[in-house]
Design a protein around this ligand. Structure first.
Ligand SMILES: Cc1cc2nc3c(=O)[nH]c(=O)nc-3n(C[C@H](O)[C@H](O)[C@H](O)COP(=O)(O)OP(=O)(O)OC[C@H]3O[C@@H](n4cnc5c(N)ncnc54)[C@H](O)[C@@H]3O)c2cc1C
Length: 383
């Protein structure tokens, strides 16, 4: 009999093989050309990863959050941008299978699992990033329709995606303002306009764009869950998965940087011996490996809580905070180990060094994570 553990191991072995054979050889070149990885995205589709966490009843693999975090880690050992193609797609799927109506699930999830519909999460606006409540996109009811107007920015998968999860205000006067936010699911088409691609330090090859809604008409059946004013709590629960995803990405990128560093240290010789025999380098390797392991355990702990259905905003916040700061630190430490060569494009360390800072910003900046963590700790102390 195949156990869930066997399924996890089989999937991880498949993803590992894919990353080693197909991603690692081409990632550097695609990244430097800032080229969208169409062929690799096709392979993600063939591997069923667009349906990674979508329940089997809707055609997905039905992976739990812990296995998904492990998959993300493996992908990011090869190229972080690939996990970005999946992340907001699966957050939209999460919104649908957790908060959507049965009709919405049936309408969209099977096509999403097959990778025919590819999703994006449209939350951030030019004047509303951390402060989600201040978003200005409006959704005005017009009979059996809603009419959406507003501008989003930094939307990953906006250009290559076909299906959007959109946060909009259905009540401009709600107090507190978050009670006026609703989430919609809508297909790209008339009324949606993808603007410029944002030029980035790293996280290349994947589309991050401005996106405008101009008299964009959606049937009222596209309001996620069918009740207005629930969008904020819906999206916050999705962002728990998003933060676990970011933590897992950080572990994957940091592990890749460490692997290069230790391998290089064993072969590079100075003063008559491999640099791995200099204590200063050994201290770095020990600190890097210990922090990566701690980040991994925090990530799995948060994911396991999510799998058990327990509240995990504290744990997901801690994992995201610690893992992303660790990743940033490990990337620069790996660069130090490689000396001048780490600064060149001959090694992928410079890519990790450019990719890592996104992780301290995306899915809620680390300043916001600290606020979430402190608020939770204070609440627990008071109860
Ligand atoms: C490459 C990339 C991809 C992205 N993809 C998506 C996507 O797919 N969908 C999407 O919706 N968004 C996406 N984002 C947006 C991202 O989630 C936001 O950039 C992030 O939430 C921060 O918002 P902001 O940039 O407006 O910064 P701001 O909110 O303006 O923050 C600026 C600074 O102030 C700090 N700050 C803000 N408020 C507080 C406070 N109360 N206390 C202490 N410090 C505070 C922040 O921590 C930060 O240091 C993406 C961003 C990037 C860079």
């Amino acid at each position: 009999m195949t156990t869930p553990h066997d399924v996890r191991e089989q999937i991880l072995a498949t993803v590992r093989r894919f990353v080693q054979r197909e991603v690692m050889p081409v990632a550097g070149e695609l990244e430097h050309r800032n080229e969208y990885p169409h062929a690799l995205v096709g392979r993600l589709r063939e591997l069923g990863l667009f349906g990674a966490t979508i329940p089997e009843a809707y055609g997905g693999l039905g992976l739990d959050c812990t296995t998904y975090a492990m998959v993300v880690e493996e992908l990011c050992r090869g190229w972080m941008s690939l996990s970005g193609v999946l992340n907001t797609h699966l957050l939209l799927a999460y919104l649908l299978y957790t908060h959507g109506t049965e009709e919405q699930r049936r309408r969209y999830l099977p096509a999403m699992a097959r990778g025919e519909h590819r999703g994006a999460l449209c939350l951030t606006e030019p004047e509303a990033g951390s402060d989600v409540q201040s978003l200005r996109t409006t959704a005005v009811r017009d009979g059996d329709w809603y009419v959406l107007n507003g501008s989003k920015t930094f939307i990953t998968n906006a250009r290559h995606g076909t299906l959007y999860a959109i946060a909009a205000k259905t009540d401009l006067h709600a107090e507190p303002p978050y009670r006026g936010i609703s989430m919609f699911v809508g297909e790209k088409g008339a009324g949606t306009r993808v603007g410029r691609d944002i030029d980035k330090l790293g996280y290349k090859g994947i589309d991050t764009c401005e996106l405008t809604f101009e008299d964009y008409r959606l049937p009222s059946t596209n309001l996620i869950g069918g009740t207005e004013g629930r969008g904020f709590s819906q999206v916050m629960s999705a962002l728990e998965v998003g933060r676990i995803n970011i933590a897992a990405r950080a572990v994957g990128v940091a592990a890749a940087a460490f692997t290069h560093a230790i391998d290089y240290a064993r072969h590079r010789r100075t003063f008559g011996k491999p640099i791995a025999e200099h204590q200063a380098i050994q201290l770095k390797l020990a600190d890097m490996a210990t922090k990566i392991e701690a980040a991994r355990l925090l990530t799995y702990q948060a994911a396991e809580r999510k799998d058990r259905g327990a509240r995990c905003d504290l744990e997901a916040g801690m994992a995201k905070l610690f893992a992303s700061e660790t990743c940033l630190e490990v990337a620069i430490e790996a660069m130090r180990v490689l000396g001048g060569y780490g600064y060149t494009t001959a090694f992928p360390i410079e890519r990790y060094y450019r990719d890592a800072p996104l992780l301290i910003i995306g899915e809620g900046t680390n300043e916001i994570q600290r606020l979430v963590i402190a608020r939770q700790l204070l609440q627990r102390c008071a109860s």
